[in-house]
Design a protein around this ligand. Structure first.
Ligand code: MN
Length: 249
């Protein structure tokens, strides 16, 4: 099996090294093509107005001055001798749950693999916000290899990818795996910090509040909160078929 790995945190990210370790439990033929810099929050962006510079770091390891989507496209069209059999994206520094998936460059890396018809999985390691430096990478590292084998045992439908999140607890405390649906967080979660620059003009940072949420059972949010690994199948087709039928009626 030929595996392509990418991420959105960049070529130097700890989570990318963890993902390479995970991928190497599945195959010796691992290709790493990841952004030069942190691309968190770029979603499925494609670079159209700037050149894409590629830097070869080592055998089968490349950094791209672009987005995760650019990385997957260049890997498949230019850098790899043959198409990969599997695309893994991550392991993201932080969860990608609920509507995070629409902002996430990590999920987009797997979306792009899916566009090419390749089985693709996004992986993210949640962390507790009071413990930003103590990310439990070992939880993803410990549990991902067997989980990936289990998930890849049956083919994914065309246009479907998997979004896997690991809970922010030590590996030995993980309660199991839950197959979940995408939850929902409201825009109330956003917090806009206003600051002033050296000349007194305001500028802004988008951040997140960590309000106590009412987690609905069966969702990705609930599974992570309860100490489970969450696996959510996502589909490229965003059509709301119920509303489509109503509109057509
Ligand atoms: Mn990220």
């Amino acid at each position: 099996m030929r595996i392509l790995i990418t991420n959105d945190d960049g070529i130097h990210a700890d989570g990318l090294k963890v993902l390479e370790q995970i991928a190497r439990t599945l195959s010796d033929d691992v290709w790493v093509v990841a952004p030069e810099t942190d691309q968190s929050g770029v979603a499925h962006a494609l670079t159209l107005s700037d050149p894409l510079r590629v830097r070869k770091i080592a055998d089968q390891h490349y950094a791209v001055r672009g987005t995760p989507t650019d990385c997957v496209i260049l890997a498949i069209h230019k850098l790899m001798p043959e198409k990969p059999d599997l695309v893994l994206s991550g392991v993201n520094r932080g969860e990608n749950l609920a509507d995070d998936v629409t902002y996430s460059g990590t999920v987009a890396g797997a979306i792009e693999g899916t566009v090419f018809g390749i089985p693709s999985i996004a992986l993210s390691q949640a962390y507790a916000y009071e413990n930003r430096e103590g990310i439990e990478w070992n939880t993803a590292r410990t549990h991902a290899p067997a989980l990936m084998k289990q998930l890849l045992a049956q083919p994914l439908p065309k246009g479907t990818l998997l979004n896997v999140n690991f809970p922010p607890i030590p590996a030995e405390n993980v309660k199991g795996v839950q197959f979940t649906r995408q939850g929902f967080r409201s825009a109330d979660q956003l917090r806009i910090d206003q600051r002033n620059d050296g000349r007194g003009f305001p500028y802004y940072w988008i951040g997140f509040k960590h309000a106590v949420e009412d987690f609905v059972a069966g969702t990705d949010l609930h599974a992570i909160e309860a100490g489970y690994i969450s696996v959510t199948p996502l589909q490229l087709d965003l059509t709301d078929y119920k509303t489509l039928a109503q509109l057509q009626g």
